[in-house]
Design a protein around this ligand. Structure first.
Ligand code: NAD
Length: 276
């Protein structure tokens, strides 16, 4: 199965479909990521706060897959915002992952109340210059946060990873990002199982029409919208199901019908209101 790649604004490429490990138990991470790599995933999305970088690193090492065939993302946690703390945070993440560099390093949340995300972004530019990551990006940034880092630095983020699923289509951020060459990564792409996305008419109808599962339809919706996506599951069966999405294509009408489900249904934290 060949996963399409997307060219990022810094000349690197990213597999459009990956595997995310939020809330994957650290003790189970090595097994679950091993499953994902065996299924064929080559793009893994983790974060320092997930506490499972060691397990991701062990699975990578055990797999024997050449490093240049893998795309690994990790993220800088809120308490590490700042210059020296960012330098220390990437070193600790690389040590836990057992890697010399990651492919993509993200600021996990803007935390505008701290007023340190621009300083942190400048530190990420240095981390990239030092060869510790190939690309740098952000997560949970709204338009005003993107504008501030673009105006205050010489690097446009390669990606913005935001909560995005049919009920929360994030058109404003997507339109702004597209105008700046920033690619969007969808987190919680299946709505984190927190609302009945799979039972909604346009999703259920497309699944029946293509002999696919609702989860596969939603993943196709992300892919056909040009979004980068990494659904998570602890079950090997679902991990395989979520990867088996290249044998069918949604029609333009089906994509449009699913686009129509957008209703501002935020399932996770609000980046400008919920601070932790
Ligand atoms: P998700 O939308 O991928 O939902 C995961 C849940 O969906 C699973 O727990 C499972 O219950 C269900 N599921 C998965 N496959 C299924 C299938 N085939 N059929 C039925 N149900 C299925 O949510 P997520 O894990 O929160 O998001 C994906 C990834 O995004 C994370 O693992 C993480 O890497 C990233 N993420 C980033 C942030 C951020 O702040 N940057 C926040 C949350 C998640």
């Amino acid at each position: 199965m060949t996963v399409p790649t997307i060219a990022l604004n810094d000349g690197t490429t990213i597999p459009q479909l990956g595997f995310g490990v939020f809330k994957v138990d650290p003790d189970e991470t090595e097994r679950i990521v091993t499953d994902a790599l065996e299924v064929g995933y080559r793009h893994i999305d983790t974060a320092a706060i997930y506490g499972n970088e060691v397990g991701v690193g062990r699975a990578i090492e055990k797999s024997g897959i050449p490093r240049d065939e893998l795309f690994i993302t990790t993220k800088l946690w809120n308490s590490d915002q700042g210059t020296q703390s960012a330098f220390d945070a990437i070193d600790l993440s690389l040590e836990k992952l057992g890697l010399d560099s990651v492919n993509l390093y993200l600021i996990h949340w803007p935390r505008p109340d701290l007023d340190k995300y621009l300083e942190t972004w400048l530190a990420l530019e240095q981390i990239k210059a030092d060869g510790k990551t190939a690309s740098i990006g952000v997560s949970n940034f709204h338009v005003e946060h993107l504008e501030k880092v673009i105006a205050g630095s010489s690097t446009v983020p390669a990606v913005d990873q935001i909560e995005l699923h049919p009920g929360l289509a994030q058109k404003e951020i997507r339109d702004f990002a597209a105008s700046k060459g920033i690619h969007i990564e969808s987190w919680g792409p299946l709505g984190q199982g927190k609302y009945d996305l799979f039972g909604m008419g346009p999703v259920a109808d497309a699944a029946a029409a293509h002999g696919a599962t609702p989860a596969q339809v939603v993943i196709r919706w992300h892919l056909q919208n040009g979004l980068i996506v990494f659904p998570k599951s602890n079950s090997r069966e679902r991990v395989a199901e979520n990867f088996d999405v290249f044998g069918f294509e949604l029609t333009a009408a089906e994509v449009a019908a699913i686009d129509g489900l957008d209703a501002g249904m935020r399932m996770g934290s609000n980046p400008v209101k919920d601070f932790f």
